[in-house]
Design a protein around this ligand. Structure first.
Ligand code: MGD
Ligand code: MGD
Ligand code: MO
Length: 695
C-alpha cells in the first residue's frame, strides 16, 4: 500500500471497512467504518466479532469525529515561538525530515544514548506502535525507554505469582456465581467485560466492587467495599484468613499446584478481618460478609471469579497487592472451573514475534554492551539530570509518538520544566496539538487508525485483530512507520528491514502463529487456548506452580510472601495534607485522548474533583464551586463535586484533562509524585496526599 498517494480522482460512493479500535483499553473492539465519498461518516461495533458484540463505547463511536476533526494536524510544523508557546509554521516533509535526521545524527555522533524515544499506547497497534520505530532506535543505539506508566507493577505481581499475564477467558465470567470487581471501573473502562458480568447477574450471580470510589460500576454491583487507596493486600489477607479459619481451602490443589502454602497460611493468620478493617477503613462486618459469600461458593463448588484491574496497583505496594489477590483463586481451587479464577491481563497469551518486529539485535551495531535505560515514569526528573556516571549522558533529544507525557506523566511541573529546556531537541508525532506538542521543535502529523494498517493483541480477551485503512491519509498525515522509514533512509540505514511495508509488518507480527488470510477475511482470529488455563496447574513460573512464596523475590532480598505495604504518602503522615487523592479516568476520555472532541468534553463538563460532603463541609466547599487542590508539588484548580462517590478522607480528581484546557493551565498530574511502586518500577498516581480549599 502506498500511503503517499492521494487518489487522483476523488472517491465517490459508500463502502464499509473492518478495522480495530487502537485504544489503550482491555476491550480491543473490532469496528466497521462506513466511508462515503472518501470520508469516514460512521464507526460501529462489528456484529460478527463476539467480543465486540456490535457495541462500541461512547468515545470510539465518535472516532470518525476525531479523525476528521477541524484541528487535526495536516502538515509538518516547525517551531517559531519560544519553547512551549505552541507557535509553529508549516514546512515540507523533506525539510522537516532532513533537518531532524541531521540533528539526530549530530547528537548520535557524540553519544546516541543522549537520544530518547518516548512512546506509549496512544495506539496499541503492533505496527504503528513498535515496529519500524523500534528498529530505528535500536539501530541508532538510542536509550531504551522502560515503559512502566500503566501496568508494570501489576504485571510484575502477576508474573511472580502465576508466571504470566494470563487468566480466565473474559466470556466465562458470565457463568460465575460470585464476581469481585477489584480496582476497576468496568462500566467506564472495560465495557465488554461488564456485559458478561451483567449476564452473570441476570443468572443471579453476586457482584462485589472493591474500590475507594463509588464508581458507576459500584452503583450497579450488589456490594461496594470502599476501602482506602493502597490497602488491597490487607483485604486479600483477611479473606485468606477467613478461608483458613473455615476450611475453605482446596488441599489437593494447594498440594499439587502451589508453593509456599504453609508460609502464606501463617502470614494470613496475622490478618483477622478486624485488623484489615482498621487498615482498609471499612466495617469489619463487610469483610466478613464477603468472606461468607466466598465460603458459600466454596461449599457449593460454584465458581468465584476476580476481575482485577490496574486501579489497585498505582500505589507504593501495588505489585504486592496484586500478588496477594492473585493467591486467592489457588487457595480456593477456583482455577479448576473455567468460570473461576482471575483475570488481570490476557496479553501474555499472544504469540507476538517481538524479535522480528522490533529487531533488538540491531542495537549491536551501536557497539554498546548494555543499553542505557530511562524510566518513562520519571521523565520529569530525568530530563533535568546532567551527565553523570550513574545516569549516563544528559538527554539531548526526545522523539515522542503515541503519547502525551506533558499531560499524563506524574509531577507535571518537573515534566514541563524538562520539556521547556532550550537545549533539548524535541520531535513529536501527533494527531493534534496536545500539551506535549506545544513543546516540539518539529511537530509531525500522524495518521489515525482509519488511515493506516495495523494488527493487534488485547489485554482483555484473546483474539488477534486486523485493522485495514478505511480512508486515505487526511492532509499530509503519515503513519508512524512511514515517518521512521524516511528518517532511517536519511540516516543511511540500509538494512532491508527498514523497507518492510505496513502490510508486511502486519504479517510479521505473528508470523505463522496466526492465519493471516483468516485475519484478512474476518478481521479477527481467536487464539486456540485451554478453557481454564490453570485447571491442571501448569503455571509458567520457575517451579511450575502458583508461587505464594517467591524464591526469586527472596533472592533479591525482598519478602518472599506478598507484603502489606503502606502508601508512600500514607493518610495521616503529613498534617498539612489530610486528604488522599486518586485520579481515575473520566468515563468519556481515554487517558488524555478525546479531551479535545467537543461532544465528549461537553459530556464531561469541566475538570472535576469529587469530595465527600463531610470533607467539603469542613472546608466550606459547596457543590460546583471552584477549588484549589494542592500539595508541595503544585496546585490544580477545578470544580468541586460534593458527592458520596468520594469516601471520607479521599478525593477523586478525574483525569486526564489537557493542561491547557484546565482552569489554571494544569491538570491532576501537577499533584502526583514520581515515586515508584514496590515491583515493576511503576508510577504511584493514586498514592498522593493533598489539601483542598475554596479558590
Ligand atoms: N473510559 C476510559 N476507559 C479506559 C481508560 C480511560 O482513560 N477512560 N484508560 C484505559 C487504560 S490506559 C487502562 S490502564 C485501563 C485501566 O483499567 P482499570 O484499571 O480498570 O481502570 P479504571 O477504570 O481507572 O479503574 C480503576 C479503579 O480503581 C480505583 N482505585 C483507585 N485506587 C485504588 C486502590 O488502591 N484499590 C482499589 N481496589 N481500587 C482503586 C479507581 O477509583 C477506579 O475506579 O482502562 C482503560 N480504559
Ligand atoms: N493522574 C493520572 N495519570 C495517569 C493515569 C491515571 O490514572 N491518573 N493513567 C496512566 C495510564 S494507565 C496510562 S496508560 C498513561 C497513558 O498515557 P498516554 O499513552 O500518553 O495516553 P494518551 O494520553 O491517550 O496519549 C496518547 C497520544 O497518542 C496519540 N496517538 C494515538 N495514535 C497515534 C498514532 O498512530 N501515531 C501517533 N504519532 N500518535 C498517536 C494521541 O493523539 C494521544 O495524544 O497515562 C497515565 N497517567
Ligand atoms: Mo493504562
Amino acid at each position: 500500500m502506498d500511503f503517499t498517494a492521494t487518489p487522483a480522482v476523488p472517491e465517490t460512493g459508500v463502502r464499509t471497512v473492518v478495522g480495530a479500535c487502537p485504544h489503550d483499553c482491555p476491550d480491543t473492539c473490532s469496528f466497521v467504518t462506513t466511508v462515503q465519498n472518501g470520508v469516514a461518516v460512521k464507526v460501529q461495533g462489528n456484529p460478527h466479532h463476539p467480543q465486540t458484540g456490535g457495541v462500541l463505547c461512547a468515545k470510539v463511536s465518535r472516532y470518525h469525529e476525531r479523525t476528521h476533526h477541524p484541528e487535526r494536524l495536516l502538515t509538518p510544523l516547525k517551531r517559531v515561538g519560544p519553547k512551549g508557546a505552541g507557535r509553529f509554521e508549516p514546512v515540507s516533509w523533506d525539510e522537516a525530515l532532513d533537518d531532524i535526521a541531521a540533528r539526530l545524527q549530530a547528537i548520535a555522533a557524540r553519544d546516541p544514548r543522549a537520544i530518547l524515544p518516548y512512546s506509549y499506547a496512544g495506539t496499541m497497534g503492533l505496527v504503528q506502535g513498535e515496529s519500524i520505530a523500534a528498529r530505528f532506535f535500536h539501530r541508532l543505539g538510542a536509550s531504551w525507554l522502560d515503559r512502566t506508566i500503566c501496568a508494570s507493577a501489576g504485571a510484575a505481581g502477576l508474573e511472580y505469582t502465576l508466571g504470566t499475564k494470563q487468566g480466565m477467558r473474559v466470556e466465562h465470567f458470565a457463568e460465575s456465581r460470585l464476581i469481585l470487581i477489584w480496582g476497576s471501573n468496568s462500566v467506564g473502562s472495560n465495557l465488554h467485560f461488564w456485559r458478561h458480568a451483567q449476564e452473570a447477574k441476570r443468572r443471579s450471580a453476586r457482584l462485589v466492587c472493591i474500590d475507594p470510589r463509588r464508581s458507576e460500576t459500584a452503583d450497579k454491583c450488589h456490594e461496594h467495599i470502599a476501602l482506602r487507596p493502597g490497602t488491597d493486600a490487607a483485604l486479600a489477607y483477611a479473606l485468606i484468613h477467613a478461608c483458613v479459619q473455615h476450611g475453605w481451602v482446596d488441599h489437593a490443589y494447594l498440594a499439587q499446584h502451589t508453593v509456599g502454602w504453609p508460609q502464606l497460611r501463617e502470614r494470613a493468620l496475622q490478618w483477622p478481618p478486624a485488623r484489615a478493617a482498621e487498615v482498609c477503613g471499612v466495617p469489619v462486618a463487610q469483610i466478613e460478609a464477603l468472606a461468607r459469600d466466598i465460603g458459600a461458593c466454596f461449599e457449593q463448588q460454584t465458581p468465584v471469579a476476580i476481575r482485577l484491574n490496574y486501579g489497585m496497583q498505582r500505589v507504593r505496594g501495588g505489585g504486592n497487592a496484586v500478588r496477594a489477590v492473585a493467591c486467592l483463586p489457588a487457595v480456593l481451587g477456583a482455577w479448576r472451573h473455567r468460570a473461576g479464577g482471575l483475570l488481570l491481563s490476557s496479553s501474555g497469551a499472544f504469540p507476538v514475534q517481538r524479535q522480528v518486529l522490533q529487531r533488538p539485535d540491531l542495537f549491536a551495531a551501536s557497539g554498546q554492551a548494555q543499553p542505557r535505560v530511562v524510566n518513562m515514569s520519571t521523565i520529569g526528573d530525568d530530563l533535568l539530570r546532567s551527565t553523570s556516571a550513574e545516569f549516563g549522558p544528559r538527554i539531548e533529544a526526545l522523539v515522542v509518538y503515541n503519547s502525551n507525557p506533558v499531560a499524563v506523566a506524574p509531577e507535571s511541573s518537573k515534566v514541563v520544566q524538562g520539556f521547556a529546556r532550550d537545549d533539548l531537541f524535541t520531535v513529536v508525532l501527533e494527531h493534534f496539538q496536545t500539551d506535549t506538542a506545544d513543546y516540539a521543535d518539529y511537530l509531525l502529523p500522524a495518521t489515525t487508525q482509519l488511515e493506516h494498517w495495523d494488527v493487534h493483541a488485547s489485554y482483555g480477551h484473546t483474539d488477534v485483530l486486523l485493522n485495514r485503512p478505511a480512508i486515505a491519509p487526511v492532509g499530509q498525515a503519515r503513519p508512524n512507520t512511514h515517518i521512521f522509514r524516511e528518517l532511517a533512509r536519511r540516516m543511511g540505514y540500509t538494512d532491508p528491514c527498514f523497507q518492510d511495508d505496513d502490510e508486511t509488518l502486519c504479517r510479521q507480527a505473528y508470523g505463522d502463529a496466526v492465519d493471516f488470510n483468516a485475519l484478512l477475511r474476518d478481521g479477527f482470529v481467536t487464539l486456540p487456548l485451554p478453557e481454564a488455563p490453570f485447571a491442571q496447574g501448569g503455571f509458567p513460573t520457575p517451579s511450575g506452580k502458583c508461587e505464594f512464596f517467591s524464591e526469586r523475590l527472596a533472592a533479591q532480598g525482598l519478602d518472599g510472601l506478598p507484603e502489606v505495604l503502606p502508601n508512600h504518602e500514607a493518610p495521616g503522615s503529613d498534617p498539612r495534607y489530610p486528604l488522599a487523592m486518586i485520579s481515575p479516568p473520566a468515563r468519556n476520555f481515554l487517558n488524555s485522548t478525546f479531551v479535545n472532541v467537543q461532544s465528549l468534553r461537553d459530556a464531561e463538563g469541566q475538570p472535576l474533583l469529587e469530595i465527600h460532603p463531610a470533607d467539603a463541609a469542613d472546608r466550606g466547599i459547596v457543590d460546583g464551586s471552584t477549588v484549589r487542590v494542592f500539595n508541595d508539588r503544585g496546585s490544580y484548580v477545578c470544580a468541586a463535586r460534593v458527592s458520596e462517590r468520594a469516601r471520607p478522607g479521599v478525593v477523586n480528581g478525574l483525569g486526564i484533562w489537557w493542561r491547557k484546557l484546565g482552569l489554571n493551565g494544569t491538570n491532576v498530574n501537577e499533584l502526583t509524585s514520581q515515586r515508584l511502586t514496590d515491583l515493576g518500577r511503576a508510577p504511584t498516581f493514586y498514592d498522593c496526599l493533598v489539601e483542598v480549599a475554596p479558590a
